[in-house]
Design a protein around this ligand. Structure first.
Ligand code: BT5
Length: 259
């Protein structure tokens, strides 16, 4: 069993200026996304983080379920970026997740388009961004789930695609260390995104695992095959088909093509 999440431990080591300066912690919550939205509705300052050690109704993209039993990390951070910065928020979030795992757990990671973080080809962290664009400005809630203790073998739906930090590191990794590092990395990439968005884009592109490879992409009801050629600055994926034509994929799930 991993150590309990401790606000004191995190706060005493946090070096950020605004991300995580306000933390709302729940042992267990339905979804940190909803809890963060409530906080934002009450006027929460930028950088407010909602953290839970377990979720009962965690979600992924397209209303898919995200499993987060006890012993793992679910975290949402409230940001107020400019509209033009939204694509970089997505890129920056997966970069922050990948860097956190490498620095804290000593594992090697890859990013799978658009923003899954993988270790040895298996998903260790999923990211969900929910935006609210209003006249008064943009609110972006970034949600990051990290499997720490999770043993995928206990969950048949994800057993073949998921992994956990402890399993990959071969030792228990402190959730407090991971959360502290993640908040620091989120602030770092967010500030970088504001000053040098091109750097965030190039770094993210450089870490994408499937570029240049034959892939299958499921986007809505359409299945596409081709080579994942590149990603654009708006985050979309350029897929080149065997006949030379291309498709720009804005949203979808990509997997390596087996044949
Ligand atoms: C994601 O969606 O990967 C985004 C997950 C975001 C979770 C965080 S936790 C904090 C915040 N609060 C929330 O309620 N959500 C966010 P997507 O790319 O749609 O992937 C979902 C798919 O990942 C599912 O359909 C499963 O196949 C798989 N999956 C579910 N739980 C998993 C887990 N714990 N580890 C690995 N894969 C999982």
């Amino acid at each position: 069993m991993s150590e309990p999440i401790s606000m004191e431990s995190i706060a005493s080591r946090l070096t950020t200026n605004f991300v995580g300066r306000t933390i709302i912690y729940h042992d267990r919550v339905s979804s940190t996304m909803d809890a963060a939205k409530e906080e934002a509705g009450r006027g929460a300052p930028e950088g407010t983080a909602v953290i839970a050690g377990a979720q009962t109704a965690g979600r992924g993209r397209l209303k898919r379920a995200w499993l987060c039993p006890e012993g793992n990390i679910a975290l949402s951070v409230i940001l107020y970026p400019d509209l033009v910065q939204l694509p970089y928020v997505i890129m920056g979030s997966s970069l922050a997740g990948a860097r956190t795992l490498e620095r804290t757990a000593g594992v090697k990671t890859q990013i799978k388009w658009p923003n899954d973080v993988l270790i040895n080809g298996k998903k260790v962290s999923g990211i969900l961004i929910e935006n609210n664009v209003r006249e008064s400005g943009v609110m972006s809630i970034i949600g990051i789930g990290i499997n720490v203790e999770l043993d995928p073998d206990r969950f048949p739906d994800i057993a073949s695609i998921a992994t956990g930090v402890n399993r990959e590191a071969g030792k228990p990794v402190s959730r407090n260390d991971l959360i502290c590092a993640l908040l620091i990395e989120i602030e770092r990439t967010y500030l970088l995104m504001r000053s040098r968005p091109g750097t965030v884009y190039r770094t993210w592109q450089g870490r994408l695992g499937m570029l240049g490879q034959k892939v299958k992409v499921i986007s809505g009801r359409t299945t596409l095959y081709g080579v994942a050629e590149s990603v654009a600055r708006d985050g979309s994926l350029l897929l080149r088909h065997p006949n030379g034509s291309t498709t720009i994929v804005v949203c979808g799930d990509v997997s390596l093509r087996q044949v």
